[in-house]
Design a protein around this ligand. Structure first.
Ligand code: MG
Length: 281
């Protein structure tokens, strides 16, 4: 499991992560990867990517699915466009996640992850049962590839997530905990949420944010790590308390400003490195 190796969210040709080279330049030993476009998900490109990782001595810890047509412009748009929730694209996106799972296997990685989208609150509704079923199908496919499926947090409260995991009933369904998302979406105080769902958390994002003045209606604001309302030291202490020792994956989504993005990720590495020695002693 490692001992809180630093990580960073990266991308090849799709998604908002930084380039692999940025991780290498900053000496970051692990990455999560946004799944590349379909045309890039070939055995040849998997082999090339693996060779590059080996050369840079970087370990891949998870592959995140994302889809054409998703937009995080505002909360209602997320509800309409993100993940496996929108009905019109559900079947094709499930199929794409299966393909991403297969590609992830070629990369020798045992975790796929995604934002499911806004799970309906009425657990008796058809829409809720449909998303439970589609999640089971994804988990079962991943299981055949010896993988876990990690749900990115944000769109649900801790209680709703726990109920959802209980309804899906798949051992390989876990959580990628993103503390800033709880604040940005206004779904709950992140430390409290982490304590509640701790035993299901198998990967994490290190991201910070400030609350909106209308939580759940408008976005909070993503800010550099340590400058928001997560409380990073308390975050690490809580991760220690729940027994989490996996990578600390930094996520900073400002791809339109690559220089600033790199500088801020560098500062985040420094902050996490120092807090890690303080907390682990
Ligand atoms: Mg995240």
């Amino acid at each position: 499991m490692g001992n809180w190796d630093i990580g960073v969210f990266t991308s090849i040709d799709a998604g908002l992560g930084v380039k692999l080279e940025v991780a290498a330049e900053l000496g970051i030993p692990t990455i999560q990867l946004h799944a590349p476009h379909r045309a890039t998900r070939t055995p040849e490109s998997a082999e090339k990517f693996l060779a590059r990782l080996e050369e840079l001595k970087i370990r891949l810890t998870a592959v995140f699915g994302g889809f054409e047509g998703e937009s995080y412009a505002d909360i209602p748009t997320v509800e309409r466009t993100v993940g496996l929730m929108p009905e019109a694209t559900r079947a094709s996106r499930l199929q794409e996640m299966r393909e991403i799972s297969d590609f992830t296997r070629l990369l020798g990685c045992d975790v796929i992850a995604l934002h499911l989208g806004f799970v309906p609150h009425d657990t008796k509704s058809t829409a809720y049962n449909d998303i439970v079923e589609v999640t089971r199908q994804l988990c079962d496919h991943a299981n055949r590839n010896a993988q876990r499926v990690h749900l990115e947090t944000g769109q649900e409260s801790a209680d709703s997530l726990l109920a959802f995991l209980g309804h899906v009933q798949r051992d390989n369904l876990c959580i990628n905990f993103d503390p800033a998302n709880m604040i940005l979406y206004g779904t709950g105080e992140p430390i409290e949420a982490l304590q509640k769902i701790g035993k299901h958390v198998r990967s994490v994002h290190c991201k910070d944010g400030t609350w909106s003045d209308q939580p759940g209606v408008t976005w909070g604001r993503e800010v550099p790590l340590g400058q928001g309302q997560v409380n990073m030291e308390k975050y690490l202490r809580t991760l220690l308390a729940i027994g989490y020792r996996g990578p600390l994956t930094i996520e900073r989504e400002i791809p339109q400003e690559p220089e600033r993005q790199k500088a801020e990720i560098g500062s985040a590495v420094a902050l996490l490195t120092s807090l890690r020695s303080k907390v682990l002693g």
